[in-house]
Design a protein around this ligand. Sequence first.
Ligand SMILES: [Fe+2]
Ligand SMILES: [Fe+2]
Length: 326
Amino acid sequence: MELKGEAVASPPQQLIPVPVACLREETVTSFNLYLQTRGGQQPVLYREKHLPFTDDDRRRLEEHNIRHLYVDSREEKAYLRYLEKNLGAILGDPELPLEHKTDVVYVSGRFLMREVFADPRAGDTVNRSKAYVQLTYEFLSQEKTAFAQLLRITSYDYYTYTHSINVFVFSITLAQRAGAFSPQELKDFGTGALLHDIGKSLIDPSILNCKGKLTLEQWEEMKRHPVLGCRILDGHSGINAAALEVVRYHHEKVNRSGYPEQCDAKALSPLIRICTIADIFDALTTKRSYKDAVSTFEALKIMKNEMAEQLDADLLQTFIKMMGAP
Ligand SMILES: [Fe+2]
Ligand SMILES: [Fe+2]
């Protein structure tokens, strides 16, 4: 059977590949799907938006060994929203290869965080974050090699939204390995870890993106982000006290050298200490406008040799083992 497609009147400028495996049967997409033909010809419209993707479509594509369709970059947002909405079905599909699933976890999480940081007070911020955390937590719990796979695709360029995903993934995995937490505690914690830097959305971008050393005044402003984050989330029924604590105290240290309160170690729960370790590790291993990234080995060495007094020794040891054998 022939694969039909129509010539496109106004061809897309830039195409983004969509793994066919991530298109759920009988779902209607709100973006056009294109087929890339051989020999550099114009892409053809394969499936117009608002028409369902069917079992037949999948079978025919498989018969032709077509593993990717494409979406116009101008419709990327609709595609990413589709992935987010179908995340549960995608992660639960036993036929889908692990690397596709981890890609979707990363891509849809990054999109979610981009939207959260653009409009942190939007009514559905917390609920979308919770849904993402719940599904990703279950995926990480069931697929024992998912963490190692996610590590491979982790972004080494720093953006607040990719940092949020990285810290969430490191935090939840460390908490699982450290033991002693119930699934519900871990999910609540995961939401706090994902949203730990949400207060940065209220910090002046010129301070966030500053290439040089911050002035004293700028640094004082930056240090407000944990409290601002709590202010954004406080009173939301979907966020519990443990998650709020993670947002407020993720820069506190066990030797009272952190901020904003320089509180006593006793006030820092194991989950807060876990998020602090994950946060520092990700900050060290990603490239920033003012510094290069260091390797995993180098970062762990710095944390062990130069920051040992600031961090929980047992949890740091578990983290080092976890990164050595992900
Ligand atoms: Fe932070
Ligand atoms: Fe952070």
